[in-house]
Design a protein around this ligand. Structure first.
Ligand code: HPA
Ligand code: ZN
Length: 319
């Protein structure tokens, strides 16, 4: 197992069914069923939106600081077993504040787990605050302003949720506020949206990393820019299979092409509770597909560390 950095994981997407059931009971939230098999069977999707509908439904069980702490601790423990030595974890504050959960509750719970990561699992970790596209640009700007008092708890800002119809151009003000605060900037682009979404993320939001980016391969000029500027792509193979944003067979995934084209691609897990696995499961599935050499797995792991926002010292330690 190569030491790796996990750069594309949504903490709300690590909510496994047993914890979902436990939190529902603790917080008296009614689920559609109390049978774990029935709940697990719902984790089947045909598009990004079909997944997001369930993801937002389930995260309603997260209510207290302790809930967020337990969710994040469970993820970190599992990630350490997957060979993750550094994690940059997305969270979706609007999905919680909209339900009346204060931002501090979310941030303090997640931060407490992250604060213990070094001692408990020998891992470094940080948070990236993601803005929800489907709520629009103004809500995104309001969210980032509201989050500034918690600035020391996160290292960057990201953009996620429903992609089609919500291009990066709508979020320029929010990302300008983030840039002025010295926050790192990343965005989901090219998952379902075309290369134009990736162009906008680069040119209008100034992102340093592109999450997914698969559809960038449709545009040779864009590929040249990504290669020359060493813009990382955080690729999520099992997510692509589950959401049908890639061919049905992992053997036909674009990842080997990305590497052959000299792009700075790395492998990540996205929403591991929903898509069939953590970082090690993604690597095992790629290995079983037989389209990458052992040397290329080493390159992917090194790329993940190089692409991270960890300090130069931490990167040197992990490479
Ligand atoms: N794509 C977009 N938004 C998301 C995802 C995803 O895979 N997971 C959680 N929010
Ligand atoms: Zn994602």
């Amino acid at each position: 197992m190569w030491p790796s950095a996990e750069l594309h994981v949504h903490i709300e997407g690590t909510l496994e069914v047993p914890l979902l059931l436990r939190l529902a009971e603790r917080n008296a939230v009614e689920l559609v069923s109390s049978d774990p098999e029935v709940l697990q069977r719902r984790y089947a999707f045909d598009s990004l939106q079909s997944f997001l509908d369930l993801y937002y439904e389930n995260l309603a069980v997260l209510r207290t600081e302790q809930d967020f702490y337990e969710l994040c601790s469970a993820y970190l423990e599992r990630a350490a077993r997957a060979g993750v030595r550094h994690a940059e974890i997305f969270f979706d504050p609007q999905s919680h504040t909209e339900r009346g959960v204060p931002l501090g509750t979310v941030v303090f719970g997640l931060s407490r787990a992250i604060g213990e990561a070094q001692e408990r699992w020998g891992m470094t970790a940080s948070l990236i605050l993601c803005l929800l596209r489907h709520l629009g640009g103004e809500a995104a700007s309001d969210m980032i302003r509201a989050a500034l008092p918690f600035r020391r708890h996160f290292v960057g800002v990201g953009l996620d949720s429903s992609e089609l119809g919500f291009p990066p151009s709508l979020f320029q003000e929010a990302f300008a506020i983030a840039a002025a605060e010295g926050l790192h900037r990343v965005a989901h682009a090219g998952e379902e949206g075309g290369p134009d979404y990736v162009w906008e993320a680069l040119d209008l939001l100034g992102v340093e990393r592109v999450d997914h980016g698969n559809r960038a391969l449709e545009d040779a000029e864009l590929m040249a820019v990504l290669r020359e500027r060493r813009i990382p792509l955080t690729v999520c193979p099992l997510s692509n299979l589950a959401l049908k944003t890639a061919p049905d067979e992992l053997a036909d995934h674009a990842l080997p092409v990305m590497l052959d084209e000299g792009l700075l691609a790395s492998v990540h897990s996205d929403d591991p509770a929903y898509f069939g696995g953590y970082l090690d499961d993604n690597i095992a599935a790629l290995r079983a597909a037989g389209v990458l050499t052992e040397e290329q797995f080493g390159v992917l792991a090194a790329n993940s560390i190089v692409s991270s926002f960890a300090s130069a010292e931490r990167k040197a330690e992990l490479l």
